[in-house]
Design a protein. Structure first.
Length: 107
């Protein structure tokens, strides 16, 4: 058994991050759908004057993992706000994560 196998066995998972993935994708809009067995998170980039928002990434999670993600996000937001102050969300329609008024199509 090599060192990598020992680390995984001790609960330490090593992640491999390629240079392309490390660059990330900017997304300012998310749509979440679900079935009885999966949660699907689509992340898109909405730009003013552009009628289509291309989906940049799709993540599919089991319900248990979606709930763990929710908890991890809540914990990290609390830590962030303790360090940097409250995150202010501008007035927007309820239940949207779009930074722009989607649907008006103004340039």
């Amino acid at each position: 058994m090599d060192n990598n196998e020992k680390k995984v066995q001790q609960g330490q998972l090593q992640l491999e991050l390629s240079q392309e993935v490390a660059m990330g994708e900017y997304a300012n809009f998310a749509i979440i759908t679900h079935s009885s067995s999966d949660f699907v998170l689509d992340f898109a980039r909405v730009l003013p004057g552009i009628p289509k928002a291309p989906v940049k990434s799709r993540v599919i999670l089991a319900p248990e993992h979606a709930k763990r993600l929710l908890g991890a996000l809540q914990e990290n937001i609390m830590r962030y706000e303790r360090e940097f102050g409250p995150i202010k969300i501008p007035n927007q329609e309820p239940r949207t994560v779009s930074p722009f008024n989607v649907g008006k199509g103004e340039a």
